[in-house]
Design a protein around this ligand. Structure first.
Ligand code: ATP
Ligand code: MG
Length: 243
């Protein structure tokens, strides 16, 4: 797990089409994100934000240009390998049917104590320092996540969207992912939960590169830089202060 060690991302001249006969949805875009940088990705619906995420994960292959992570062209990395080394947190994560444990540790690699620690760090298990507000992260049943054998029903429907995102973040902590791409939940999620997740990203993921697709500028206003995408082009890439 030595790559990526810094988590720098360089997008060079990237063009993406969803089919050879379709118009490109990303028009030769270029930008670089430093290791450990926190970047908010904003833009209108259909502007190409999720497509950037898909390209980073090689769910779509570029028709031109490339993406480098710590100087390595991701097209030279096996797809499965790539996807274990960076974490994507979708808007509405699907969990596996099973238990909390099987969702955190599909290959039985981790100790229970490590899993419990990661759940504590994302506040699904309240820690002693947690105030009442943070404790409410885990919802009404605060004992749910203390038991790693708590069942997860199909898709994870017995958990809220926010809880499922937090569980994905706990998994990212276990794997020591250096790059996390988060597709922020839509307006349906409560803003309080949203703010808590953002605050937690700041503290627990300080040494990770974070790309967060946000629907409101407000969500990512304390990020290092904001990348504004418009119709498949980079419009701005600057600190929120300068925008
Ligand atoms: P939103 O804010 O609504 O999530 P977005 O910025 O993430 O939007 P994308 O999902 O990246 O936008 O879509 C960019 C463009 O690519 C849109 O015009 C969309 O219609 C098109 N597109 C997305 N997915 C596909 C697909 N599977 N096949 C064909 N076109 C697609
Ligand atoms: Mg999208």
């Amino acid at each position: 797990a030595s790559w990526p060690h810094s988590g720098a991302i360089t997008v060079q001249n990237l063009e993406v089409k969803y089919a050879p006969d379709l118009e490109p949805v990303l028009h030769h875009i270029s930008f670089s994100v430093e290791g450990q940088e926190k970047v908010g990705l904003v833009g209108r619906t259909g502007s190409g934000k999720s497509t950037i995420a898909l390209a980073l994960f090689r769910f779509v292959e570029p028709s031109d240009g490339k993406i480098l992570i710590d100087e390595i062209d991701i097209s030279s990395i096996g797809v499965e390998d790539l996807r274990t080394r960076i974490t994507i947190i979708p808007q509405d994560p699907i969990l596996f049917t099973g238990t909390i444990r099987s969702n955190l540790d599909a290959f039985a690699q981790y100790e229970d104590s490590e899993m419990l620690e990661s759940l504590r760090r994302v506040h699904l298990i309240p820690s002693e320092e947690d105030d009442e507000e943070t404790t409410s992260f885990s919802g009404d049943n605060i004992n749910l996540f203390k038991n790693l054998d708590t069942p997860v029903s199909e898709g994870g429907k017995n958990f809220s969207q926010g809880q499922r995102q937090l569980l994905c973040l706990a998994r990212a902590l276990l794997r020591s992912s250096k790059i996390i791409l988060m597709d922020e939940a839509t307006a349906s999620i409560d803003f309080a939960m949203d703010e808590k997740i953002q605050k937690m990203i700041r503290t627990e993921f300080a040494d990770c590169t974070i790309l967060c697709i946000a629907h409101r500028l407000r969500t990512v206003i304390d990020y290092d830089r904001i990348l504004v995408i418009d119709r498949g082009n980079v419009m701005e890439f600057d600190s929120p202060y300068n925008l």
